[in-house]
Design a protein around this ligand. Structure first.
Ligand code: UD1
Length: 326
């Protein structure tokens, strides 16, 4: 019996794969290495390079490794890229995921965990956001995620199939053991970019938008340490294995930090000013995203232990140093 992790060579998938291996689960990783890196997959995992839409390959991996559950991370994640290339995002995130799900249903895999996003909620929904809040995604990226959520709901109604949707808020930081981290060369995440600036690898940090309706005018997000997010996946998997019904959970701490809060945090950690440039808003960015984490805490018993901005920043900088010197 094993767990298939699609996108397991990527940022979040590799952390979850390590967490599964650390507790003794058997793991197979399927990744096309378009943005992931083979080196970040734990040595004890089976690694298969390939496409999630390759039904024959997916069925072969399921049969060969006795896959009973799938954690699906493979996909495109950059909001502004999705605005520029909507068809590419629908292809990668919806069409190929549909093919994956079909292959799994045919192979009688019954448990599925899906990486969704906090950006599915309406921009004017009250914060913090509860799972039942109105959905009205504004970017093609977020729409592609909500479409997949709907697909999963329908599949779970029609087939012997249960799923968990985890809606991520802003994932940041790196594995405390230094085995993996955010390694995309074109990464756009705020904390990743700030770490690159802190190390002098990028000349300045852009602050995208200073006229948002927030306390200091910059975007507010709920930054969650990737290790706490990985723990949420293990709990969701355990719940599915124990027979829990399909469910959706927000993954965030329940507190908002502005871009300027993050800049101050980096300055505290490095002990000097960070060069910043105030720029225009980035297309597709909502002003505020803060999680209401009560459901995941109550139902899955999630107890985050890394809710500390400075710690998140320190781990991101440590990874950035290691990643670039490798
Ligand atoms: C991120 C994720 C997205 C996820 C969402 C959930 C990535 C690439 N995107 O999007 O998949 O669904 O969280 O909330 O992981 N900012 C700057 N300067 C920068 C970079 C960002 O000011 O150089 C600002 C942005 O305008 C935004 C905030 O920082 O207000 C966070 O941006 P970012 O880290 O890119 O994440 P999201 O766009 O929120």
């Amino acid at each position: 019996m094993s767990v298939l992790v699609t996108g397991g060579a990527g940022y979040i998938g590799s952390h979850v794969a390590h967490a599964l291996l650390d507790r003794g689960d058997a793991v197979a990783v399927l990744d096309n290495l378009s943005t992931g890196n083979r080196a970040y997959v734990g040595e004890d995992a089976v690694f298969v390079e390939g496409d999630i839409a390759d039904a024959a390959l997916v069925k072969q991996v399921v049969a060969r490794h006795g896959v009973e559950s799938v954690l699906h991370f493979a996909g495109s994640i950059v909001v502004p890229d999705s605005v520029a290339d909507p068809l590419g995002y629908y292809e990668n995130n919806v069409v190929r995921t549909r093919a994956l799900i079909q292959a799994l249903v045919e192979a009688e895999v019954k448990q599925f965990i899906f990486s969704s996003t906090a950006t599915v909620y309406a921009a004017d929904a009250p914060q913090p956001l509860a799972e039942a809040e109105v959905k009205a995604p504004i970017s093609p990226y977020a729409r592609s995620k909500l479409m997949t959520e709907w697909m999963l709901e329908d599949v779970s109604r029609a087939h012997d199939f249960r799923h968990m949707v985890l809606r991520y808020f802003n994932v940041a930081g790196a594995d405390p053991a230094g085995r993996t981290g955010q390694s995309s060369p074109k990464a756009t995440h705020l904390i990743k970019r700030a770490a690159q600036v802190a190390l002098g690898r990028v000349p300045h940090l852009d602050i995208f938008g200073t006229d948002y309706p927030t306390a200091d005018g910059t975007g507010v997000r709920d930054y969650i340490h990737v290790t706490d997010l990985a723990a949420a996946h293990l709990l969701a998997l355990d719940a599915l294995r124990a027979g829990a019904p399909s469910a959706t959970y927000n993954c965030g701490y329940g507190r908002g930090l502005s871009v300027r809060d993050v800049v101050s945090g980096v300055e505290r950690v490095i002990g000097r000013r960070l060069p910043v440039l105030e720029s225009a808003r980035r297309p597709g960015d909502p002003p505020t995203l803060i999680s209401d984490p009560r459901r995941i805490k109550a139902e899955l018993g999630w107890m985050p232990v890394h809710d500390d901005l400075d710690g998140i920043i320190r781990s991101a900088i440590a990874w950035e140093r290691r990643f670039n010197s490798a």
